[in-house]
Design a protein around this ligand. Structure first.
Ligand code: URA
Length: 494
């Protein structure tokens, strides 16, 4: 039954998501149904999230059932609702006030009747609308700022990070999108009292509440993952052969969900597949089977592209690999440690605070940044969570060794006369010597495999030095090191 027909029959409209409200509101406007005639009811949001991709059955028919009030004929066209107003309505729809759907309909009704002041803060409805949007934006901001991810033990299985938050408004979906961009391929979940989201490293999954308080984070382990897995498993869509071919069975045994999958698959074959179609879960738009990428890696050939590198596990945590950049004929190659937070997001080396300091060093040493090839010993950002921040974590020798594959390729391609190593990690990477000491090499030129290697401090060290005089001295070591590197170009190794 259409939304307008329901109203004509005296039935309430049950909606729980903005898209459901929008289709219903559109149908009501088309039939000129005044706001005071409509009763809007809220459905629990879990179902709405699960079915947000499902077609809207409430607008599938425009005919009123027999014996009900006849509907006004639909007008020939509906005025277009401006994008800015739609965006405000969508944002305000996340505000948990009991009459949100009714209020939004009153706003759009008034706008459509030519009362465009309804969008202005000077209008009482407009003021309320602006207030709701503001409250939602503040809640989004607070959730970004105050959520705390806790790392779970590496052997506990996915998700690797879990966080609990009690938002005052329905901002979980948009906040989750924010963290998808921030957390790379590592698995995580956010629990709230109303709903949960899980990121499996590739896809974001919305489901109902899986925890009831922050205390549950301690147990947010296998049991949680299995509950989640069951909740998103869609028997109607199961394709056992495909699942097996995507994830060879030898990996299944180590996956937490591996133990429950055979049962679910056979249930699906025994009938859950058809009944599942008719049940709510069958109406989902189609989720992928979530497998933590870390656990599901098939054996690979030598990776040919940096982005596909799986030589160590750091790729899971990073947004992307950050390649070196600069002229392929550069005479000086500068090697840093690893990309930082900003480099990880931008996919470019030395664009954050360390890069800014480096620019000052280049200027003081009269060296042109664009003449230099800039790269890092390790190409993926290694970090640990501190609340909502990602703090740099020094790569270990195993990770430096794994990434030397890429550094060696760069050196072989660029063939620099001088390599400038920034700090201890770069020095170890360049010399291929895990016990190389920064203090012994600082400011000196040494010959290594037919090239000059000059070692200076890492710019981040200078940023951390609390004492101004020590900072000035460390800065000078960097400048002098760069000048030395420039001078060595006149003395190519024999
Ligand atoms: N620190 C590094 O070593 N490299 C970068 O790219 C940024 C910060």
């Amino acid at each position: 039954m259409s939304a307008a027909a329901r109203v004509a029959a005296g039935q309430p409209l049950v909606v729980s998501s903005f898209s459901e409200w929008r289709s219903a509101a559109r149908a009501l406007l088309m039939h000129g149904v005044a706001p005071e005639l409509v009763t809007w009811n809220e459905r629990a949001s879990l179902e709405a999230d699960l079915f947000s991709g499902a077609p809207d059955s409430s607008s599938s028919s425009d005919n009123a059932p027999a014996g009900t009030t006849p509907l006004k004929p639909a007008p020939p066209h509906l005025p277009r609702i401006p994008r800015a107003l739609m965006d405000m309505l969508q944002s305000a729809a996340c505000c948990r006030v009991p009459d949100r759907w009714a209020f939004l309909y009153r706003v759009i009704w008034r706008w459509q009747r030519g009362e465009h002041d309804v969008q202005s803060p000077a209008d009482p409805d407009g003021a309320r609308l602006h207030g709701m949007v503001k409250a939602v934006r503040r809640e989004e901001h607070d959730m970004h700022a105050y959520i705390r991810f806790r790392e779970r033990p590496a052997d506990a299985g996915p998700p690797r990070f879990a966080a609990w938050f009690e938002p005052r408004h329905d901002v979980l979906p948009q906040v989750a999108e924010h963290f998808v961009k921030r957390m790379g391929g590592v698995t995580w979940m956010i629990g709230t009292p109303e709903a949960s989201v899980m990121w499996d490293g590739a896809t974001l999954h919305h489901t109902g509440p899986l925890m009831s308080s922050a205390a549950d984070l301690e147990d947010a382990g296998e049991a949680l993952w299995l509950t989640y897995y069951r909740s998103i498993f869609n028997p109607a869509r199961v394709n056992a052969q495909l699942m097996q071919s995507h994830i060879p069975s030898r990996f299944w045994k180590n996956l937490p969900e591996g133990a429950i999958v055979p049962g679910m698959v056979s249930n699906a074959e025994l009938g859950a597949r058809s009944t599942g179609q008719a049940q709510a879960v069958g109406r989902k738009s189609g989720f992928t089977i979530p497998i933590a990428p870390a656990d599901a890696q098939p054996e690979r050939q030598q990776p040919s592209k940096l982005d596909e590198c799986r030589r160590c596990e750091l790729w899971q945590y990073a947004t992307q690999a950050v390649p070196g950049e600069g002229p392929k004929t550069a005479q000086i190659m500068l090697v840093g440690e690893q990309p930082g937070d900003q480099e990880d997001l931008a996919g470019k080396a030395f664009v954050g605070p360390a890069g800014k300091l480096l620019d000052r060093v280049f200027e003081a040493a009269d060296v042109e940044r664009r003449a230099i090839y800039l790269t890092n010993a390790v190409k993926h950002f290694k970090w640990e969570p501190r609340g909502k921040r990602r703090l740099h974590k020094t790569p270990v020798q195993r990770e430096i060794d794994a990434c030397s594959y890429w550094l060696e390729k760069e050196v072989a391609t660029v063939k620099p006369t001088v390599i400038v190593a920034l700090g201890a990690t770069a020095l170890k990477a360049v010399l291929g010597n895990g016990s190389a000491k920064l203090g012994e090499s600082l400011g000196k030129a040494i010959l290594h495999e037919g090239r000059w290697v000059v070692t200076v401090y890492h710019p981040s060290y200078i940023l951390r030095v609390p004492d101004e005089e020590a900072r000035r001295q460390a800065f000078n070591v960097m400048v002098e090191g760069l000048k030395l590197a420039k001078g060595l170009l006149e003395r190519p190794p024999a």
